[in-house]
Design a protein around this ligand. Structure first.
Ligand code: AP5
Length: 233
C-alpha cells in the first residue's frame, strides 16, 4: 500500500527478485488492457479505463472480478505480492473471504509513507518503457540512454494519469478510500509501516528484515498446526 507514486511498483520489483513470488499489479493489468484493440475490450474494462484516465478508483466489482480471474496467482507456491490491491475496505473484505476459503494467509501488509511534495516529484519524473514496462525517473533513476529502456531499448513514455490534474484526483482518492485500510490492517496485526524516503535499495533494506521475521513465524505456526493435526488423526 501507499499513495500513488510512493514507489510501490519499484519495491514490488525488488521484493519479487528476492522472494520469487507472483507479482500482481492491478494498475499494470488495467494498463495492459488499455493497449488492446477497442473491439477486444469488454464494456466493464472500457468503463474501468475511463476511471483510470481521470485518476479515479475503478469500481470495486470490476477490480474484484479481474483479481478473481487471476486467483491462481494467490495460490502460487512461491507466494504472491499484491501491488495496488486492495485499495478499499470492500476490496480487502473480498480478498479475505477468498483467502479464507482457500486456507491462504497474508504475511504482512506494507504501507510505504512519504510526504506529498516528494510523491509529486516522483510522479512528475516517472517514465515507463512501452515494451517491457520497466520504470525510470528522469533524475532519480535515469536510463543510460535518454528516452530508451536499458533492458529492451523500448521507447519511454509518460503515463496519462501522471498529468497534474490526474495526480490531484489520485491523491484525493487515496486519502478518501485507501488510507482507511491502514486501520483495517493494523487491527488485523498485519500492518508494517515503512518510510519510503531514500533510495529504492535503502527502502528495500529497511523492509526485508521484518518481512523475513514475519514469514518465518507464519511458517513455524503452519508447521505447528500441521503437526497438531497429524497427532489428532
Ligand atoms: P497503479 O498503477 O497502482 O498506480 P498508483 O497507485 O497510482 O501507483 P503508481 O504506479 O503511480 O506509483 P508507485 O507507487 O507504484 O510508484 P513507482 O514505483 O512507479 O494504479 C493506476 C490506476 O489504476 C489507479 O489510479 C486506479 O484508477 C486504477 N486501479 C489500480 N488498482 C486499483 C484498485 N485496487 N482499485 C481501484 N482502482 C485501481 O515510482 C514512481 C516514480 O518514482 C518512478 O519514476 C520511480 O522510478 C521513482 N522512484 C521510486 N522509488 C524511488 C526512490 N526511492 N527514490 C526516488 N525515486 C523513486
Amino acid at each position: 500500500m501507499g499513495a500513488p507514486g510512493v514507489g510501490k511498483g519499484t519495491q514490488a520489483e525488488l521484493l519479487n527478485q528476492r522472494l520469487l513470488a507472483c507479482h500482481l499489479s492491478t494498475g499494470d493489468v488495467f494498463r495492459a488492457a488499455a493497449t488492446r484493440a477497442e473491439n477486444e475490450q469488454t464494456p466493464a474494462m472500457n468503463e474501468a479505463l475511463q476511471y483510470m484516465r481521470r485518476g479515479e478508483l475503478v469500481p470495486d466489482a470490476t477490480v474484484w472480478n479481474m483479481v478473481r480471474e487471476r486467483g491462481e496467482c494467490l495460490q502460487c507456491s512461491g507466494g504472491f505480492i499484491l501491488d495496488g490491491f486492495p485499495r478499499t475496505v470492500s476490496q480487502a473484505v473480498s480478498l479475505k473471504q477468498f483467502m479464507d476459503k482457500y486456507g491462504i494467509a497474508l504475511t504482512a501488509v506494507i504501507s510505504y509513507e512519504l510526504p506529498v511534495s516528494d510523491i509529486v516529484a516522483r510522479l512528475g519524473g516517472r517514465r515507463t518503457c512501452e515494451k517491457c514496462k520497466a520504470v525510470y525517473h528522469v533524475t532519480e533513476r535515469p536510463p543510460k540512454l535518454e528516452g530508451r529502456c536499458d533492458h529492451c531499448e523500448g521507447k519511454l513514455f509518460q503515463r496519462e494519469d501522471d498529468r497534474p490534474e490526474s495526480i490531484r484526483v489520485r491523491l484525493d482518492a487515496y486519502d478518501r478510500s485507501t488510507a482507511p485500510l491502514i486501520d483495517f490492517y493494523r487491527k488485523a496485526g498485519l500492518l508494517m509501516q515503512v518510510s519510503a524516503a531514500g533510495t529504492p535499495e535503502e527502502i528495500y533494506d529497511r523492509t526485508i528484515p521484518e518481512l523475513e521475521t514475519r514469514r518465518m513465524s507464519l511458517f513455524a505456526e503452519r508447521m505447528w498446526t500441521a503437526e497438531e493435526n497429524r497427532r489428532d488423526t
